[in-house]
Ligand binder design. Structure first.
Ligand SMILES: NC(=O)c1ccc[n+]([C@@H]2O[C@H](COP(=O)([O-])OP(=O)(O)OC[C@H]3O[C@@H](n4cnc5c(N)ncnc54)[C@H](OP(=O)(O)O)[C@@H]3O)[C@@H](O)[C@H]2O)c1
Length: 324
């Protein structure tokens, strides 16, 4: 079968498309024939050796996938050949088939297509964990989302609306903000043309912003924290801008506000039952049409270089998917 392999850390151009043996299902495992594999921003980091996880070589990028179960190993009861499933394995899905522990697989409803299902786990689960478990977002609160048209940002708009928040989408172009509004945002801020602090002050009113969801970091973090109201919560989700911000702590004291970290991948390992319940909720919302799981573009597996460059160049709205 074909697989995209990272044999050493470097740029996406250094990835190889190789022929490798088909996988076999060991005890407790299932082999999934991959129909779609979704990429995330962190795939640009993992191939460069700049991510918190550094897999042993050779490895395939792409954490999440959807496909058809081909075979199962001894002891697997809940999953059977022919099942339509999706899953998240951290890395390894940019290939035609993969053997995975059967308990990472979630069955997908017939009306959910493989391409949208592939990208449903990482961004939406991170965001539901962030907004519900970390921020305790309440109906009627104001939620500001940075990088709002990206994978996690789009998820934050949609889940924020489901949870009853007033959502302010912040992004770097009017095209991205039109996309954010089409997916439910109530207000928008173009932080490339308008000062973020002034815009959030205007839109937050006297009370200020209740929750900031920040997957971008860099120079946007401090103005976003300054925009929080009394007992507001600032969620540290990621640093797509590259720079890890440093903040004056007097801001936190003066507003009795919180800076709350979000490390969904570790929460999954600590709370597997809670993660399964969370995914059941996400699949249900998606099947009900409440989550778009918007796919910006689908690339053939062999074009992974262009796919990763589109993410790094800030061109993507929603998700990028590979089709083996
Ligand atoms: N904490 C967790 O558990 C967790 C889970 C998943 C992802 N993450 C992290 O969250 C971050 C965002 O992930 P994502 O999948 O949503 O990424 P994405 O789809 O690529 O979106 C990131 C957004 O960041 C903005 N951005 C600003 N400067 C950028 C730059 N120099 N390069 C690229 N984008 C830039 C872009 O929006 P504008 O152009 O509008 O500014 C872009 O839409 C990543 O750092 C990722 O590692 C964390």
């Amino acid at each position: 079968m074909k697989a995209v392999l990272c044999t050493h850390f470097g740029t996406p151009d250094e990835l190889e498309l190789a022929e490798i043996p088909d996988p076999h299902a060991g005890s407790g495992e299932a082999v999934v024939r991959i129909k779609a594999a979704a990429l995330n921003f962190f795939d640009t980091l993992i191939v460069a050796g700049k991510y918190q996880h550094k897999p042993p070589f050779p490895f395939s990028p792409a954490a999440e996938f959807a496909g058809l179960v081909e075979s199962v190993g001894a002891g697997v009861r809940d999953i059977a050949p022919g099942d339509r499933v999706m899953g998240n394995i951290g890395w390894g899905a940019a290939r035609e088939a993969v053997a995975v522990p059967a308990d990472v697989l979630v069955k997908i409803p017939d009306k959910l297509d493989f391409e949208r299902a592939a990208g449903l786990t990482v961004t939406y689960a991170t965001t539901l964990y962030a907004l519900r478990e970390r921020a305790s977002l309440k109906p009627g609160e104001t939620l500001a989302v940075l990088g709002a048209s990206g994978g996690t940002g789009l998820a934050a708009i949609e889940i924020g609306k489901i949870m009853g928040a007033r959502v302010i989408a912040c992004a770097s172009s009017d095209e991205k903000l039109t996309f954010a509004r089409a997916h439910g945002a109530d207000e928008t801020v173009n932080y490339a043309t308008e000062d973020l602090r002034n815009a959030l002050k205007r839109l937050g009113g006297e009370r200020g912003i209740d929750v900031v969801y920040d997957p971008v970091g860099g120079s946007y973090a401090e103005p976003a924290v300054r925009s929080l109201g009394w007992e507001g919560r600032y969620l540290v989700v990621g640093f797509a801008a590259g720079e890890i911000p440093k903040l004056p702590l007097n801001l936190v004291l003066l507003k009795s506000c919180d800076i709350r970290g979000v490390l969904w991948g570790s929460w999954v390992r600590r709370e597997p039952a809670a993660q399964r319940a969370l995914m059941t909720q996400i699949v249900k919302w998606c099947a009900q049409g409440k989550l778009s799981a918007h796919v910006h573009a689908v690339y053939p597996l062999a074009e992974i270089v262009a796919a990763l460059k589109a993410i790094a160049d800030r061109k993507v709205m929603g998700k990028i998917v590979l089709r083996p």
